[in-house]
Structures are given as C-alpha cells and as structure tokens.
Design a protein around this ligand. Sequence first.
Ligand code: FES
Length: 121
Amino acid sequence: MSREQLTAQLRIRRSDGTDSGYFVDYNLQYTDGASVLDGLISIRDEQNASLAVRFSCLNANVCKECLMQVNGAVQYACIAKLEPGLTTLEPLPGKRVLRDLVTETVPARERLETAMDEVQP
Ligand code: FES
C-alpha cells in the first residue's frame, strides 16, 4: 500500500470552553505533503463544520494563530506534517479554551486593563 492510500486519523479534543472536553476521532485520506492544518480544514469542510480552528496565513507561518499541541508537543499546525495513523490534537496548555482548538490570545495585561475599564465608572 502506498502512503497516498493510507488514512490519517486526527483525535481532536473538543470543548465548548466550559469543561475539559472530550476526544473525537476523524479519519481522512492521507495526502503526502499535507499539513495538520490542511487536515483540520478538510475535516471542517467535509465532516464537521462546527470544528473550531484559528488560522490566518494558511501555511505561511506568519500569523502564529495555529499553535496547538500535536501529539503533546506545541507546534504550528500549518507546519506540522499530516502523518498516516493516529495524531492527537489538543489546545495550547495553560491557556483558556474558547472552543475546541481555539484558546484565548489576548495578553494577560490587556485582559486586566479591559476588566478594570469595565468596573471603573
Ligand atoms: S496558519 Fe499562520 S502561522 Fe500557522
């Protein structure tokens, strides 16, 4: 069997941001040279449109918005290569999860300033 006929299985931690979440497995055809982000976009387009992923530059490694845990290591999803077999994807550790693989990106200082603006008359 050639690598092009193999299946990539992405095990994704999904969450609405209110709990620790749960894993859902998605199978897709492995494509040589595709990135993890390509796989996520494929899942969103073809299997589950509700999957939340953040990215802007799409494989240019400029926006830094696609950071997530890939098999437990923090990586850019647009740089990490899609591999045949199982890959586990989780949101960034130590960040508040907004939904699925999307975490809070506002720096703590800005959040504090916003909160202070809201409580001050
Ligand atoms: S999509 Fe912009 S750095 Fe990955």
